[in-house]
Write a new protein. Structure first.
Length: 232
């Protein structure tokens, strides 16, 4: 079993250099997949573990573009006619990749493309910031972060962009890190109320329609990064 990660261990002059690495969960066989003088970030495995999608600003594009490489780093290709985009997320069924992009509409919106790079479709149409798509386990819905509620809140929509549903936001606090339950019925996430980025956070869980909101942690310490136990 392998993990994919982003690291800046290979510096490039005064400018940091981030590459995508794959490492065995035992800590051995660390492999640099990208070896680029730019920023290679946000890796996302294909469900069959054969490919890794990631964002890169190679070529000097300030917003970066979606790239895909084989799990051994070979066969590097661009996707969707070199789309500008970030935060790529591969659907669990392997058929689509969702990503965020500010360059096409002038706003941060969420887009969908087939895993072969064809059929790019815009999913959100809102002047607010919409980003960080997270797929449901059945590939039928997408959770995402948005500022359409003034501060960063969480929303859920169908995979075709329809039926956008408000999930959660607490007062003026920001919401982060949505993660789906294995049965796709609930979403756990962070609510952070600190004045600095991602501080004074607690863990909440809610049904995907926004009902049944529960505060799981209520402590002065910083509680973040929820992760569900896998289904038996």
């Amino acid at each position: 079993m392998f993990l994919c990660l982003c690291g800046d261990r290979s510096g490039c002059g005064r400018r940091p250099r981030y590459d995508i690495y794959v490492v065995n969960v035992g800590g051995t066989a660390l492999t640099n997949l990208t070896n680029s003088p730019g920023y290679d970030t946000f890796p996302s495995w294909s469900p069959d573990s054969r490919f890794v999608a990631f964002d890169s600003d190679r070529g000097g594009d300030v917003w970066g573009r979606i790239h895909i490489a084989r799990a051994d780093g070979s066969g590097l290709v661009d996707r969707a006619d070199n789309p500008r985009g970030s935060e790529s997320a591969w659907a669990p069924d392997g058929r689509h990749i969702a990503f965020s992009d500010p360059s096409r509409s002038g706003y941060w919106d969420i887009y969908l493309m087939a895993s072969d790079g064809s059929r790019v479709v815009r999913l959100t149409y809102h002047p607010a910031y919409d980003a960080f798509p997270i797929w449901s386990p059945d590939s039928k819905r997408i959770a995402f972060r948005s500022e359409r509620s003034s501060d960063l809140g969480l929303f859920v929509m169908n995979a075709d962009g329809s039926r956008v549903t408000f999930l959660a936001k607490i007062g003026q606090a920001d919401a982060y890190a949505p993660t789906w339950s294995p049965d796709g019925q609930r979403i756990a996430f962070e609510i952070c109320s600190g004045s600095s980025w991602r501080t004074e956070c607690d863990i909440y869980v809610a049904n995907v329609d926004g009902s049944g909101l529960i505060n799981l942690t209520n402590h002065p310490a910083n509680d973040f990064a929820p992760a569900w136990e896998p289904a038996p």
